[in-house]
Design a protein around this ligand. Structure first.
Ligand SMILES: [Zn+2]
Length: 344
């Protein structure tokens, strides 16, 4: 069971999820704790932080406004990552599903009462990634849960969860966080300058976790490469596309997240060109530092062409999640994007 040290926040430190947190605090103050919760919402908006903060406050011997005090023995053990009644299940390294053994580990553990006086909290991250066997085993656990165990399932995509699991959970929705809040968070907590914070916040689509990645130096220099790369795709002959694709592959580990980030940036560029084409509010341009270049590139497209290009990218993002070969995906996308330019 991996109980690796994670940053343990309290409710009061979590941004933008007042509704979800208010609901949980109320459950604590009314002593109406459900056996299982399902936290849903996009990646990086505070589902895990909230699950941990909930575990903290549930077992705190001295709660302040239904929030963990961070000083009692239970809080300290949780913060130090050695509380015996906090179990965290997540995808194992290099695995893309939660295996039945991981659920069996939980079942073994919960066959004993919690080690300390309070609740045992079991957090299952990426719960939608349970294999069919794991999900069925877990369903059995949920059907007859031993007392004083609380399950928190986190899932970005509930469509992949068994409906019979969903129906046994109290569902809590985590909303995307608004741009302005993310921007302020980056400026105040991560020491990011204003222009960069604005771009990162706009690219993040409401996820603080993603925004933090977008605000990093590495991402920012890659972003410029990717903008240049797309410019080359639009302006160079078809024959050079193989070369452009190969160069991208050579630059990094194809299994890492770069392709995903690049597609996100590209999608934002087409979206900006669409905004320019429609004469929309220039204040809403994401990549405002490349505004002039976007204005001139947009003249190579019709509105239909831009919409089509966005669909090509969305399809690539989906296929990437389905683990299609990265070189194949990138070549296919480059050719499709190039064809749209030429058909204009
Ligand atoms: Zn405490």
């Amino acid at each position: 069971m991996e109980n690796k040290l994670m940053e343990m926040k309290s409710f009061r430190e979590i941004r933008g999820q007042e509704a979800a947190i208010g609901f949980l605090k109320k459950a604590i103050s009314n002593d109406k704790i459900a056996t299982a919760y399902l936290f849903t919402g996009i990646k990086g908006i505070g589902k895990s932080s909230t699950a941990l903060a909930f575990a903290l406050s549930l077992n705190c011997s001295n709660p302040v406004d239904n929030d963990g005090c961070r000083e009692c023995q239970s809080c300290r053990r949780m913060i130090n990552g050695n509380h015996p009644d906090l179990l965290i299940i997540d995808l194992r390294e290099k695995k893309d599903s939660i295996a039945i053994e991981q659920i069996r580990d939980i079942n073994r553990e919960i066959s004993f009462p919690p080690a300390l006086d309070g609740y045992r909290v079991i957090i299952i991250k990426s719960a939608e990634k349970m294999t069919v066997e794991a999900a069925n085993a877990f369903l059995k656990t949920l059907e007859e849960p031993p007392s004083n165990n609380i399950f928190i399932l986190n899932a970005a995509d509930t469509g992949q969860l068994l409906p019979t699991i969903i129906s046994r959970c109290q569902k809590i929705y985590f909303r995307p966080i608004n741009e302005r809040e993310i921007e302020e968070f980056l400026i105040n907590n991560n020491d990011v300058d204003e222009a960069r914070a604005k771009i990162a916040a706009r690219l993040s689509e409401g996820s603080i976790g993603q925004a933090k990645i977008f605000a990093q130096d590495d991402f920012f220099s890659d972003r410029i490469d990717w903008i240049t790369m797309l410019h080359n795709v639009i302006t160079s002959p078809f024959a050079s596309l193989f070369d452009i694709a190969q160069k991208f592959i050579n630059k990094g580990n194809p299994k890492d997240n770069r392709m995903n980030l690049m597609l996100r940036v590209w999608r934002s560029l087409y979206r900006d060109m669409l905004l320019i084409k429609y004469g929309g509010l220039q204040d809403f341009i994401i990549n405002f530092d490349f505004k002039e270049q976007l204005e001139s590139s947009s003249s190579a497209f019709t509105i239909d062409g831009l919409l089509q290009s966005i669909s090509i990218i969305v399809r690539a993002e989906r296929d990437l999640m389905a683990n299609l070969n990265v070189l194949f995906l990138i070549e296919r996308s480059l050719f499709a994007l190039k064809r749209v330019v030429n058909s204009a």
